[in-house]
Design a protein around this ligand. Sequence first.
Ligand SMILES: NC(=O)c1ccc[n+]([C@@H]2O[C@H](COP(=O)([O-])OP(=O)(O)OC[C@H]3O[C@@H](n4cnc5c(N)ncnc54)[C@H](OP(=O)(O)O)[C@@H]3O)[C@@H](O)[C@H]2O)c1
Length: 306
Amino acid sequence: MKYIPLGTANVSNIILGNMRISDLDDEAIRSLVRAARDAGVTAFDHADIYGRSLHECETRFAEALELSSSEREHLFIQTKCGIVKDPPYYDSSYEHIISSVEASLRALRTDYIDLLLLHRPDALVEPTEVARAFDQLRASGKVRQFGVSNHTASQIEVLKSAVEQPLVANQLQLSAAHAPLLAQGLSANIKIDQANVVDGGGLLDYCRANDITVQAWSPFQGNGHLIFDAAGFPDLSRELELLAAKYDVEPIAVATAWITRLPQPTMVVIGSTNPARVADAAKGSELPLTRREWYSLYRAAGHILP
Ligand SMILES: NC(=O)c1ccc[n+]([C@@H]2O[C@H](COP(=O)([O-])OP(=O)(O)OC[C@H]3O[C@@H](n4cnc5c(N)ncnc54)[C@H](OP(=O)(O)O)[C@@H]3O)[C@@H](O)[C@H]2O)c1
């Protein structure tokens, strides 16, 4: 397992996503977390909205694990706030951030959150309010570090106009089959592929230049299909299988490695609820895909290189 910098922390580049655990019983949650930890995973992703009701997945995670304070210290637990579900809208006001974090602390049964992410950009954001909330949470020891999710470079710059706490992570949708963040940059000036996605081109470079660790969510999906699905991705699924045979791993490890191969600190947020699949995926943490292999997967996913 490879460990990488995330602000002041050092974490596994594989992070277990807990968005889908609400239907698992306690033993299934323990098996999932055990499989991740046995593979060397130290980081765990949550959000206030995961589950059918608010804070449900955070609650189920804490109920199942019953972590002692010394066990808690060995885990890097992050959560997110800023989405209101019903009806859907975004809220990064001071009051919303503070009340969401207080509820996450109770649900997770912990005194502190290692990393808090603003889940989505909010068109009505007031950076001074975010700054006030982050300063208070940091000063009280309730949150150790801060970051964002699904934010563009300019949205991060707007936050930084007032927020003094370093923004150390940006969680973004990225897989071999959903790669506008790379495709736009690779196709700069040329109107092909997914190049019309706003702000995709410079975002990974911006994160790299600003020491913002990228966290890739939905790493095994694209266009509503699993990337291993031959019906949805005939060329990509075949290429993943060929490379899996070469490296003696499962295709899910190769799909993971396609992301961990990026030159900047990048984490893969794995959302499987299947312990064996998590263990298989974690084998992609350090798999050294060659340039030829990385680009062959990119092209097999349907991207065009100019
Ligand atoms: N920041 C954001 O806006 C955002 C948005 C979405 C998600 N997230 C985070 O990212 C994490 C990962 O997202 P995700 O769950 O969408 O990603 P994912 O890991 O790409 O997908 C997981 C899903 O794919 C299934 N799956 C994976 N490999 C499979 C295979 N070989 N065969 C059959 N099914 C397979 C899993 O089923 P099994 O459970 O049966 O393995 C599970 O339902 C979430 O848990 C959450 O923490 C963040």
